[in-house]
Design a binder for this molecule. Structure first.
Ligand code: 3H9
Length: 689
């Protein structure tokens, strides 16, 4: 039963039990409404405690119902019914009370919580605004500033802060339901405070709304929901309760069917699906209690920081004392930076550093559960590291490579007990970027693979399983993106126009700015290796820039010129001359922002389809997660594969054909039949090609 009632003397305890997170599906709404009616009619009941079974209070509306027509009873009506109940309701919160769950709690006359709980209105993260009075009731209990911050960022508040902000009436340290029942008994002796619908909004200082609009729109970029949530709050502050409720509901319903909301829902479910690959169901991961990172460069230090952030001790192995000092200095800079930005306290920063032991001696690794190699991208160097690791670590230690481009099968050759080996591909900066590509070899044992996924969860990262190929999922698509960007230059676009178009699309940086930041030399080095293998990577202009040592910001110029000490990209005459020479005799066309974005996006989708066809990715949504969490693809667009579906697959195929006809993309090919057979990317694109 989704909702049950227990009686503790004159207090009724209503228990919602709808695993996994007590979402407010229609059955729950109906049962809660019936409970409110029954308890009002029961003279033995003086007050009601609302609590939940399982790991959370109510985590919100049932997101799975959003694609369907709304079914009565509607949540706003349920919240009003609880708010107007003849007896006071006390929400007893543990875990999270989010979205509709927090709105139900705001409908209750009181809210109490355990200190580990949190409350919030995360709707904007799903492309919507609260739809059951959240934006209207919250500013009637909290200061408008707090309410606006919560509803426009979607960030939850921990119980202690929520208590200080007035959102909770009490914190219950011991048994929650017993404490909430005692609280309910105690309040019966006092006059009840007015329900939130009967309270006014304390007006914010003059100019508040205009300033908030500037802040929210700068942060939201092209996402609609945060500004719409702000508009709802302003309405709540400037009109009466019923008008504001109607405005919020109208906004909620309009956004619910929007493309952005569909994309964000897709990402929500994709992220959850990614953490639990069905083929690993029932496979227990190994315990990870101690770790090692080999190599203290940018990647190694970032990985070590990520491990420390999750509480794991780290042994950092480097070649010599100077390299150790550099590695430790990078780590100190990471933690000090986090402290400076207020993310952690100075004490925590010190504690994070204290959990790192540095050594040049592999013998220090005898007891580690996991060793991650992050040394130079050279097969011999890496093999040497793994030979030493195999000798020094225990037989059960998991050995992982962070290689970006080398073949993990070849790195693992000769490793004793190869079933404990796998690829864990972090993205730079590794303590910030959420993506973790997990790359098993043929020999990797299922429990070792499962441990990779468990590690991602410990590190609060999004794991995506990737097969072995040049660049795995993300960097393989990146190569296509970069080639497309150069094709655009050869047919009349400028680097600045391409970068501006991709920023307008929603990327944090365009492809040329990004290369200047990271350095053009790494990709040039990879192209050299690819050519040595007989491949023909396409980068005619980047090759020429590297030949004249324009490697990006680090050499004072790349795709752009830079003034000393200034990272502002300035269009470069030298680059324009190279482009003009390479483009001589080729047809030019006028580009606008949308056409540029299409010319980059659809070949990415094509490569994504290839990646599915050859099994490098298991599902299209994994490709979307790679692009979103590894490369800054706008979350509200849902990732390239979702974009393609939303755009209409037939249109994508037509666009690809047109680009190929102009020499602006590799011809779309026969690649998708296997993907269709896998039931992965939808069949129409396959057939159309
Ligand atoms: C809303 O409330 C709108 C209202 O204002 C207006 C209405 C009129 N629905 O994250 P986990 C599933 S919008 C359906 O791994 P955790 C999830 O898919 C909603 N399903 O657990 C997964 O399923 P599976 C506002 C949901 O312990 C399972 O639960 N609320 C929902 O790491 C476990 O999820 C939110 O945005 C849902 N609302 O974290 C809250 N939520 O096992 C979103 C979860 O089959 N939820 N599932 O893969 C969360 O933030 C986290 O799930 C939570 C637990 C923190 C609660």
């Amino acid at each position: 039963m989704a909702v049950s009632i227990e009686h503790r003397g004159e207090i009724a305890v209503v228990i919602v039990d709808n695993p996994p997170v007590n979402a407010l599906s229609q059955v729950v709404r109906q049962a809660l409404l019936e409970a409110a009616e029954a308890l009002d009619a029961d003279p033995s009941v003086k007050a009601v405690v609302l609590t939940c079974a399982g790991r959370a209070f109510i985590a919100g509306a049932d997101v799975g119902e959003f694609g369907k027509p709304p079914m009565p009873p509607h949540l706003p009506d349920l919240v009003s019914r609880i708010e107007r109940a003849a007896k006071p309701w006390v929400a007893a919160i543990h875990g999270s009370a989010l979205g509709g769950g927090f709105e139900v709690a705001l409908g209750c006359r009181f809210r109490v919580a355990v200190p580990s709980a949190s409350v919030g209105l995360p709707e904007v993260r799903l492309g919507i605004v609260p739809g059951a009075g959240g934006t209207v009731r919250l500013p009637r209990i909290a200061e408008v500033e707090t309410a606006v911050d919560m509803a426009t960022t979607g960030k939850p508040l921990g119980a202690r802060k929520a208590h200080e902000a007035g959102l909770l009436d009490a914190l219950i340290e011991d048994d929650l339901v017993a404490g909430a029942a005692a609280f309910a008994r105690a309040v019966l002796d006092r006059p009840l405070p007015p329900a939130l619908c009967d309270r006014p909004v304390a007006p914010p200082p003059a100019g508040f709304w205009e300033a908030a609009e500037r802040t929210v729109s700068a942060r939201a970029k092209r996402e609609d929901a945060p500004l719409r949530a702000l508009a709802c709050m302003r309405r709540a502050a400037e009109t009466d309760f019923d008008t504001a409720i109607a405005f919020e509901r109208e906004t909620f319903l309009a956004l619910r069917g929007s493309a952005q909301a569909a994309a964000l829902r897709h990402v929500f479910f994709a992220e959850r699906a990614a953490t639990r690959p069905p083929e690993l169901a029932g496979v227990a991961p190994r315990m990870i209690r101690s770790t090692a990172v080999i190599g203290g460069g940018t990647m190694g230090a970032g990985i070590a920081a990520a491990l420390r952030d999750s509480g794991l001790p780290v042994i950092l192995i480097e070649r010599d004392g100077a390299a150790i000092e550099r590695g430790l200095a990078s780590l100190r800079a990471i933690f000090d930076g986090a402290a400076k930005r207020g993310r952690i306290s100075a004490d925590v920063a010190t504690e994070r550093m204290a959990g790192i032991t540095a050594s040049t001696d592999y013998a220090a690794l005898a007891d580690v559960d996991l060793a991650i190699e992050a040394v130079f991208e050279d097969m011999d160097v890496k093999r040497d590291v793994f030979a030493r690791l195999a000798d020094s670590c225990g037989d059960d230690a998991i050995l992982a490579t962070n290689t970006s481009y080398l073949d993990p099968e070849r790195i693992a050759e000769g490793v004793r007990r190869p079933e404990r080996f796998l690829g864990l591909h972090f993205f730079s900066p590794a303590h910030v970027m959420k993506l973790l590509e997990i790359v098993p070899t043929k020999a990797t044992a299922p429990e070792v693979l499962a441990t990779g996924f468990a590690l991602a969860r410990m590190l609060n990262k999004i794991p995506v399983r990737a097969g072995i190929c040049d660049g795995f999922i993300g960097n393989r698509i990146l190569k296509v993106t970069r080639a497309q960007a150069e094709r655009l230059l050869l047919s009349g676009a400028t680097p600045a126009a391409v970068d501006a178009a991709m920023r307008a699309f929603g990327l944090p940086m365009g492809p040329f700015e990004a290369q200047d930041l990271g350095g053009l030399d790494i990709a040039a080095f990879q192209r050299k290796a690819a050519r040595a293998r007989g491949e023909t990577p396409f980068a005619p202009i980047a090759d020429r820039l590297c030949a004249i040592e324009r490697f990006g910001q680090k050499s004072g110029g790349g795709w752009y010129d830079y003034e000393p000490g200034d990272r502002t990209p300035r269009p470069s005459d030298a680059v324009a001359a190279v482009i003009a020479e390479e483009a001589k005799g080729r047809p030019r066309r006028d580009w606008n922002e949308d056409a540029i974005a299409d010319c980059i996006l659809w070949p990415m989708v094509n490569e994504g389809a290839r990646i599915l066809a050859d099994g490098t990715a298991l599902r299209p949504s994994d490709i979307d997660l790679v692009k979103i969490h590894g490369y800054g693809f706008p979350r509200w667009r849902g990732g390239p594969m979702h974009c393609a579906e939303a755009h209409g697959l037939g249109n994508v195929v037509d666009a690809l054909r047109a680009l190929a006809g102009e020499g602006l993309a590799e011809p779309p090919c026969d690649l998708l039949l296997e993907a269709a057979r896998r039931g992965g990317f939808p069949t129409p694109l396959v057939e159309a090609l």
